[in-house]
Write a protein that binds this ligand. Structure first.
Ligand code: 5GP
Ligand code: MN
Length: 344
């Protein structure tokens, strides 16, 4: 496997990490399996090497990720502001995983910006910011967990990799590739998986832990969304679904339970793009969008052009400050603008 870092970069990173006693590890808002997987793997490795560590997420994560190892060392900022600011104030280094910009951390980004500590980015999103002392972002890799694995391997810090670290790293790679169904054709992905399997992880169980732990209400919601709310624009090989806070109350949904709904319309033959729109639970007139595509359709370009967002080619997100009806009109306009690429 090729090295991601030159020898000079490797030693720069090693020095930054070695010299920091207290390291705060952060991830992006709406933490997913890759955000928490990369964070918990890194927390465990850094702890093994004698660092004082804490993981801080901007907000809460879905319940189906609670079982990840090391979650006892992860806090979330929203609703625990004072406690998190207290644990962060004497940080020597902030390690940003699965995101390359402070603005992907909502209000937590302002807290990090005010710290004196240098920042290190290990990520796989395009366009990381320029402020940090060290930035490695590899959009060609399948997950932040792959970046973290390869960097740790190059540092020589995986020699004592634990079973739990392998669990965290596998989970991030699995969730960011939809269980290795997209963005996962490179042989390196499977070389890494085979190394993780050597640690005795039960990958079949990890899959079930994440994907087969839905509540009954969430499954009913899926039926409702597909039956009542899905608008299939056959002409554009695109499906749109909307979800309001009133519906959220009706289905008694917990945090993160709409995650993944955006994927289902792509199972319809010929669909190239699926867009899921949901009202923000806190802010009025704020619509959150999730986009998923197949093959070459660039969700991130559409998100950046129309939805104040970005992300990966096949998975991106954004936000619109307007009503749901207005947001639907903007989405339809975007779809018409990209008609040529959608008809493929
Ligand atoms: P999700 O649909 O799961 O919320 O987001 C999918 C992916 O899109 C995320 O992993 C992230 O890479 C990206 N993303 C989501 N929202 C935003 C946003 O507001 N800005 C940017 N730049 N990327 C986003
Ligand atoms: Mn990721």
């Amino acid at each position: 496997m090729d090295n991601l870092l030159t020898n000079i970069e490797l030693e720069q990173l090693r020095t930054l990490l070695d010299e920091a006693h207290k390291i705060v590890v952060t991830c992006h808002t709406n933490p997913d399996g890759d955000a928490l997987g990369s964070m918990t793997a890194m927390l465990s490795v850094l702890k093994r090497y004698g660092h004082d560590v804490v993981g801080v997420a901007p907000d809460n994560w879905p319940d189906n990720l609670n079982w990840l190892p090391m979650m006892q060392d992860v806090r979330f900022y929203a609703k625990h502001e004072a406690e998190v600011e207290e644990v962060m104030k004497d940080a020597d280094l902030v390690l940003m995983l699965d995101h390359g910009r402070l603005d992907r951390m909502s209000a937590l980004g302002d807290v990090v910006a005010r710290l004196n500590a240098p920042r290190v980015v290990l990520d796989h999103h395009p366009e990381p910011e320029e402020g940090p002392a060290f930035v490695l972002s590899c959009p060609q890799l399948c997950a932040a967990c792959e970046v973290v694995y390869r960097v740790l391997d190059q540092l020589g810090w995986l020699d004592g990799m634990t079973h739990d670290e392998a669990v965290s790293l596998y989970t991030g790679m699995m969730t960011d590739t939809g269980g290795f169904t997209f963005n996962s054709n490179r042989p390196e992905v499977f070389l890494i998986i085979s190394r993780l399997l050597e640690k005795g992880i039960d990958k079949d169980r990890l899959y079930r832990n994440v994907y087969y732990t839905s509540s009954a209400d969430r499954y009913r919601l899926m039926g409702y969304l597909l039956y009542v709310k899905m608008d299939v624009m056959h002409e554009y090989n695109t499906a749109i679904m909307t979800f309001t806070n009133e519906e959220r109350r009706m289905f008694k949904l917990k945090n993160g339970e709409t995650d993944g709904m955006v994927n289902y319309p792509l199972m319809i033959d010929g669909m190239r793009l699926s867009i899921f729109m949901r009202e923000d639970t806190e802010k009025k007139n704020c619509i959150r969008l999730s986009l998923r595509s197949v093959d070459d359709f660039p969700c991130n370009e559409m998100s950046a052009e129309f939805f104040n967002g970005g992300g990966h080619k096949n998975a991106s997100g954004g936000r619109l400050n307007c009503t749901m009806d207005e947001a639907v009109e903007i989405v339809k306009k975007a779809v018409r603008k990209y008609a040529d690429k959608l008809r493929g």
